[in-house]
Design a protein around this ligand. Structure first.
Ligand SMILES: NC(=O)c1ccc[n+]([C@@H]2O[C@H](COP(=O)([O-])OP(=O)(O)OC[C@H]3O[C@@H](n4cnc5c(N)ncnc54)[C@H](O)[C@@H]3O)[C@@H](O)[C@H]2O)c1
Length: 314
């Protein structure tokens, strides 16, 4: 049975501990800051109770929780670990140092996967003697509710490390995708960046309100996108499939893309102050934690629904 270590017990590291433990595997949880581990354990208990409430875990929460062991040193966390998921703070110098240390302490066969959002494997592992075992396994927050994981190796990452990571992620219930060549932002954040740049522009240039922009996603594109990707979508959006779609729509889309309104530019100076004013009117900062809990409940209900539908409709 593979042994897991989750390094860093913040937002992401604690969620990874849930992912590994709920799949039946023991996981050691470590953070440089002991208070972060204490906080994480409380939040893990809460998340497990919520998952149980939505029927998203098959075993009693206490059984899953018992597989998560908080440890006080990096050496203890790595002892016997086969797969190490690193979710320490997003700083290149910190990660470079941490990987050197992990390489000294862990078994030679152990895989080192980083949750980093933006730092390529070739940067944080460059000087690590065992850099062939390093790669990115980038989750989406929170990974215990959103299954996609972007696996992004460096040119020197061993092919079998990529494949073993893919298999391990499948084993723990995640959905891995492989980024074949290193690129800033991997896949998901590149898609998100393009969409957000357009969302900023459309509101900043006065084409619509913030609320209406959000409606276009949550009551429009997002409905389909929650169970089929854009390529699957376009294949069904023209009677003759994707070739027909290309003939009907792609030139117009390319024209829109090349038009003056689409030229890349930064939002106006007061744009985010204005967005903040409107957002704080509907969601005071004091209620943000509650709203995050609400979001996670909605995600859990959606996941439960997706699972039931996948079973019923394929
Ligand atoms: N927050 C997100 O939405 C998100 C999503 C995907 C990936 N990530 C990535 O996951 C990683 C963690 O992000 P987060 O949001 O959980 O941050 P966070 O600030 O909530 O947690 C980071 C934790 O790392 C600990 N830490 C710092 N240095 C350490 C070390 N040397 N050894 C052990 N622990 C150490 C800190 O004490 C802190 O508790 C980052 O690389 C981030 O880019 C974040």
């Amino acid at each position: 049975m593979p042994q897991f270590a989750s390094i860093g017990a913040g937002l992401i590291g604690r969620a990874w501990a849930i992912v590994f433990a709920r799949s039946g595997y023991p996981v050691k949880l470590y953070d440089l800051d002991p208070a972060a581990v204490d906080r994480a354990l409380g939040l893990i208990d809460q998340a497990l109770a919520d998952l149980a409430g939505c029927g998203l875990i098959e075993q009693p929460a206490a059984e899953i929780r018992a597989r998560i062991q908080a440890v006080a040193s990096l050496g203890e966390a790595l002892a016997g670990a086969d797969y190490v998921q690193e979710s320490a703070s997003e700083r290149l110098d910190l990660k470079q140092q941490l990987y050197l240390e992990m390489d000294r302490l862990a078994r030679p066969e152990a895989i080192f996967a980083s949750s980093t959002s933006f730092i390529p494997t070739s940067q944080f592992s460059r000087d690590v003697p065992g850099r062939h075992r390093c790669l990115v396994a980038h989750p989406v927050n929170p990974p215990h509710l959103i299954p996609v994981v972007e696996i992004s190796p460096a040119s020197w990452t061993a092919a079998d490390v990529v494949e073993r990571t893919r298999q391990i992620q499948i084993q723990v219930g995640q959905t891995p995708v492989v980024v074949r060549k290193e690129i800033r932002g991997f896949l998901l954040n590149r898609l998100q960046s393009v969409l957000m740049a357009e969302a900023f522009r459309l509101v900043d240039d006065g084409y619509c309100s913030i609320e209406d922009l959000d409606v276009c996603l949550k009551d429009g594109l997002g409905l389909r996108w929650s169970f089929m990707g854009p390529y699957e979508t376009i294949d069904l959006n023209a009677p003759g499939g994707v070739i027909d779609y290309a003939a009907r729509f792609v030139n117009t889309m390319l024209e829109i893309d090349a038009s003056a309104e689409s030229a890349p530019r930064a939002p106006s100076a007061d744009f985010f102050a204005r967005v903040n004013g409107e957002r704080r009117r509907v969601l005071p900062l004091a209620e943000k934690d509650q709203r995050e809990a609400w979001r996670d409940r909605r995600l859990m209900e959606l996941l439960a629904h997706k699972r039931a539908m996948a079973h019923k409709l394929g």
